[in-house]
Design a protein around this ligand. Structure first.
Ligand code: CMP
Length: 139
């Protein structure tokens, strides 16, 4: 089924000039980029985005990291896009990520793991709406 998901190239991925290589993998996997922009989150915005992790020990640290530099945010569309993009990214912890995944190939740390992706339909809807209005998404 055709779905949409929210993808982020995190500040480490942008700083390390990985934007092109990440996007190449998305396009090759038939994930269509239907919305795209570069933004720099404030600490407050990062806290809002990661609110589900509010009680986790890494909340302060990940929100500092996510507000430390520019990110690329994008809406990806395709068949089973949520699961497909999660498979392309690999496990959160790059040491546990499968061979050939973005995190296995590029991440340096469980926090600085290059990319983010929505983990369910409900999350995808919330996360897409967090960054994009319907006018900004190509049909
Ligand atoms: P992401 O998929 O964006 O979701 C939450 C983020 O918190 C995660 O990727 C990592 O960047 C960061 N993080 C840091 N430590 C952990 C941890 N122990 N478990 C999960 N996520 C972590």
């Amino acid at each position: 089924m055709k779905e949409r998901t929210l993808g982020i190239i995190k500040p480490d991925g942008v700083a390390r000039k990985l934007i092109g290589r990440v996007m190449e993998r998305l396009e090759e996997a038939e994930l269509r980029i239907v919305a795209l922009k570069m933004i720099k989150l404030s600490k407050e915005q990062a806290k809002g985005f990661y609110k589900v992790h509010e009680r986790k020990p890494f909340y302060e640290s990940v929100t500092d990291f996510m507000s430390s530099g520019p990110c690329v945010v994008m809406v990806l569309e395709g068949k089973d896009a949520i699961e497909k993009y999660r498979t392309l990214m690999g496990a959160t912890d790059h040491r546990k990520a499968a061979e050939g995944t973005i995190r296995r190939d590029f991440a340096t740390d469980i926090e600085k793991n290059v990319v983010h992706g929505s983990d369910s339909k409900v999350t995808a809807e919330y996360e897409i709406g967090f960054f994009f209005s319907t006018l900004e998404i190509a049909g």
